[in-house]
Design a protein around this ligand. Structure first.
Ligand code: COA
Length: 273
């Protein structure tokens, strides 16, 4: 475990986005439990602020996204805003633009992100969870994209993530029906990586986060960059980026520390350089 005390406790969007840091682990909480953590536009903005802060905080090695309360990770976009902000194609385009910066932040985030999912994970909640690197869920969770039930066309990024996680056939079944599936099914089709009992979810999540936080940051970053490039179309891949992070990693003080610590039978102390 890293020796970094709890350093930050902040909130955005009138307290509906919470941010904290403990032991090198940043946590962002969607905090709108009365609406099952439905995401309003100001919450999207708050999420962006929190992601940037945690990205710039050198002590933070990994970020957990979670929902407040025990009922939902996120029930998707706040539908009560749709009549004003998303009622036709033009408004919808404007609406998308407002969350585009935050979605781009998630897509290009340099640190690992873990989605800790308890309860409903629907629509935009799925989109956020799928943009994370790792998804852990409690047994009582439910997943779905009810776009067809609302008359919404889903965008390229969301469907790209869905198809790459569950394959085209399950993506079609989920999208055409808008059906909700439980954790066991989500695990079976590859939508989530691990399912644990409700009471164990937070500990299981922080244990993985702390393990990542205690590893060599450049090596974790190298894995993140390289896996992201593998997922791109071959002609869009940035092989130079893979080479650059590989060189930085293999020339790093941390690589020296990693092998020295192994030989000296002690825990390594990584610095991220
Ligand atoms: N946007 C706005 N409000 C939402 C919401 C959303 N996405 N999801 C839930 N809420 C609100 C409900 O309107 C309700 O408000 P009220 O107390 O003022 O009546 C409150 O949250 C609780 O929801 P409720 O439906 O009573 O709870 P539930 O536990 O029976 O069901 C859900 C929870 C999440 C399954 C259900 O609320 C739902 O289907 N939400 C919409 C999900 C969706 O379509 N998301 C995609 C949006 S693009």
């Amino acid at each position: 475990m890293l020796d970094v005390a709890k350093t930050t406790d902040k909130s955005y969007a009138d307290g509906r986005i919470l941010q904290s840091v403990t032991d090198g682990v940043g946590v962002i909480t969607f905090n709108n439990p009365d609406k099952r953590n439905a995401m309003s536009l100001d919450m999207w903005e708050g999420l962006g602020h929190a992601l940037i802060e945690l990205r710039e905080d050198a002590d933070v090695r990994v970020v957990i996204l979670t929902g407040a309360g025990d009922k939902a990770f996120m029930s998707g976009a706040d539908i009560s805003q749709f009549e004003k902000t998303r009622h036709n194609a033009q408004a919808s385009e404007e609406y998308s633009k407002k969350s585009a910066a935050q979605r781009a932040l998630l897509a290009d985030y340099p640190k690992p992100i873990i989605a800790c999912i308890r309860g409903f994970c629907l629509g935009g909640g799925m989109q956020v969870a799928m943009a994370a690197d790792i998804r852990l869920a409690s047994e009582n969770s439910q997943f779905g994209i009810p776009a067809a039930k609302l008359g919404i066309a889903y965008g390229y990024d969301g469907l790209k993530h869905l198809v790459s996680l569950v394959g085209p056939s399950w993506a079609r079944l989920l999208m055409y029906t808008g059906v909700r599936i439980d954790s066991a099914e989500a695990l079976r089709i590859g939508l989530v990586d691990r399912v644990v009992a409700d009471a164990e979810l937070w500990n299981a999540t922080t244990e993985i986060a702390r393990t990542i936080a205690g590893n060599a940051p450049l090596a974790v970053h190298a894995a993140k960059i390289t896996i992201a490039q593998v997922l791109k179309d071959p002609d869009a891949r940035d092989m130079d980026a893979i080479k650059a992070i590989g060189t930085a990693c293999m020339n790093s003080e941390d690589f020296r520390e990693g092998r020295t610590a192994f030989m000296e039978k002690r825990k390594p102390k990584f610095k991220g350089r």
